[in-house]
Design a protein around this ligand. Structure first.
Ligand SMILES: Cc1ncc(COP(=O)(O)O)c(C=O)c1O
Ligand SMILES: N[C@@H](CCCC[NH3+])C(=O)O
Length: 431
């Protein structure tokens, strides 16, 4: 890059994606080389970023009996699961499909917890047969069904009850889960009765208590308030002779997309452990982080297809869309957008960055000033969590490929998928 290279934009929250001589890099590899080799849209993950995020949790929990069950709904691509499982993680699943993929990752089935308000009988049987570590039960009705299914298989289901602490996580309403108004968990005031019932059912073995108040939490106060409410219940249960083995505090820790300053995992956990110690709790601690492990470990590479000056706005039309990156359309979420190569000659223009999908809601970034030209590549940042796992084939668009960068090498961990691949049809037009 010439000396007149413009100042590199920030890649928020992602020290593992950085500029060198005007080129955006991941672990020493130029992302433009990956875009050229694999085409776009393309998700690229940094293994070092993933392991660094996990290390913050592991530091915070050092010396305690704990299990970090990665919430695979955030991103369930096998190569990422294998990396986390090999680094010591269990998995938090929410469906039979996730169970199958979890087992393929090589995780110890005893390190799987099963969350979700609507587990089917079939999913319960599959999970019982696989020998998972714990069902996080969310209602009295689910307790009865699980008891029935376990007895039919001649087993006892290990259970934890998810309680709804009625604490406001102060996040987007669609991803807040710990308020009375939300569908999740058993109401705090009904929890004791639910535990009494669970303890009386022969097909269940009561192991723990579980709580998850929401996602993209950037403030430790609601997290710690929920913990206190859970600990009140743990003590009340002990007084009734129901002793628990573990406390599962769910996930929810936020990441920096723009300028958010969520608590660091190790510091938040130090506060959690202090509060457990203050109450004399030596229970095994389970956590279910998703976004905070993978969110800033991934970017989505995309090509500028057209620049379209409009009557009111300038549009930058890119080849990634709401089917690849649904968060802006769903939650008006912000993702930073930066060029893969800084262009000294392009003029900075304010754009609406949009995809090719036939909806006005198909925007990826609003009012973004970028110095780019048609054919340039961009990176949509903080795209490791809830992007690929929420991708769809809307408009019969294919699904992006995924690459994992580790050290100086890049491995294709998922092929690009065309919508008709699963139908086994020959491409009709010979492409
Ligand atoms: C029960 C449960 N556990 C864990 C998670 C993971 O949350 P996050 O990705 O915010 O860490 C979620 C999603 O919000 C969840 O519903
Ligand atoms: N899909 C949401 C997070 C959902 C959390 C799952 N309970 C997001 O992209 O922010």
């Amino acid at each position: 890059m010439p000396a007149s290279c413009p100042a590199a934009p920030l890649v928020p929250g992602s020290p593992f994606f950085h500029y060198a001589d005007g080129h955006l890099m991941a672990e020493g590899l130029a992302l433009a080389d990956l875009a050229r080799q694999h085409g776009t849209p393309l998700f690229v993950y940094s293994q070092a970023a993933l392991l660094d995020a996990l290390a913050a949790y592991q530091r915070g929990l050092a010396g305690r009996d704990t299990l970090i069950c990665y919430a695979m709904k955030a991103n369930s691509t096998l190569g990422l699961l294998q990396t986390l499982v090999q680094a010591g993680c269990g998995l938090d699943i929410v469906s039979g499909g996730e169970l199958v993929r979890a087992l393929r990752s090589g995780v110890d089935p005893g390190h799987i917890v099963f969350s979700g308000v609507g587990k089917s009988r079939l999913e319960m049987r599959q999970a019982l047969q696989a020998g998972i570590g714990c069902f996080n039960v969310e209602s009295l009705a689910e307790l009865e069904v699980l008891n029935h299914e376990a007895l039919a298989l001649g087993r006892q289901a290990p259970v934890s009850l998810r309680v709804n602490p009625d604490v406001d996580a102060r996040t987007h309403p669609y991803i807040s889960t710990g308020l009375k108004a939300n569908k999740f968990g058993i109401a705090h005031e009904q929890a004791l009765a639910a535990y009494r019932r669970a303890a009386a059912l022969p097909g269940l073995r009561v192991l723990g208590i579980d709580c998850h108040i929401g996602s993209q939490i950037t403030d430790s106060a609601p997290y710690l308030d929920a913990l206190e409410r859970v600990l009140d219940l743990v003590q009340a249960l002990e007084q009734e002779g129901i002793a628990l083995e573990h406390i599962d505090l769910g996930g929810g820790l936020g990441i920096t997309y723009l300028d958010e300053t969520p608590p660091a995992a190790d510091r938040l956990l130090a506060q959690v452990l202090q509060r457990l110690d203050a109450r004399g709790c030596r229970h095994r601690l389970l956590l279910e982080p998703g976004r905070s492990l993978v969110g800033n470990a991934g970017v989505c590479l995309t090509e500028v297809l057209y620049q379209k000056p409009g009557a009111e706005k300038n549009f930058l039309i890119i080849d990634a869309a709401m089917n690849d990156l649904p968060r802006p359309a769903l939650y008006q979420a912000y993702h930073a957008i930066v060029p893969l190569q800084l262009d000294t000659d392009a003029t900075p223009v304010q754009y609406e960055v949009v995809g090719p999908v036939c909806e006005s809601g198909d925007w990826i970034g609003r009012e973004r000033t970028l110095a780019v030209r048609t054919g340039d590549w961009l990176a949509v940042c903080s795209a490791g969590a809830y992007c690929m796992s929420m991708a769809s084939n809307y408009n019969s668009r294919g699904r992006a490929a995924e690459v994992l960068v580790a050290g100086q090498s890049a491995q294709l961990i998922r092929q690009r998928e065309n919508p008709d691949d699963s139908l086994g049809l020959e491409p009709p037009l010979g492409f």
